[in-house]
Write a protein of this length. Structure first.
Length: 129
């Protein structure tokens, strides 16, 4: 156990010694490197793209507003047309009822006329005999 401890201690001292000697050789300070980033052209390009996209968005907004106006007008026309159709259907139903009554009345008159015609025919046959 003492041997392991001594080995570890010597290994650590050796590693620190190597690190110290390596740092002595590299004592000269590093030269700072200044990097200039000129991205003004990219920023101008992005700003132009942004303005273009904003103009497109405004144009699409105007188109959407126009479409909504047209849709509202069309829906009002559909509502008006449906109410007109409903009124016409009601008038048709009422005239249909009136027509049915007239048809029944005319059928009854026709039946009575047929009966009278039969009676007249029968009377004529009796007179002929």
């Amino acid at each position: 156990m003492n041997q392991k401890f001594a080995f570890y201690l010597i290994s650590i001292i050796f590693v620190f010694f190597i690190g110290y000697s390596y740092s002595q050789f590299n004592l000269e300070p590093s030269k700072p490197v200044i990097i200039t980033i000129d991205n003004s052209e990219e920023i101008k390009g992005y700003q132009a793209d942004l303005k273009n996209l904003q103009m497109q968005l405004e144009e699409l907004d105007n188109q959407l507003i126009d479409s909504l106006d047209k849709l509202n007008k069309a829906s009002k026309n559909v509502i008006l047309s449906s109410s007109k159709v409903q009124v016409l259907e009601e008038e048709l139903e009422s005239s249909k009822g009136v027509n049915e009554k007239e048809i029944k009345s005319l059928n009854n008159q026709l039946d009575s006329a047929l009966i009278k015609l039969e009676i007249s025919r029968f009377e004529l046959e009796l007179l002929k005999e």
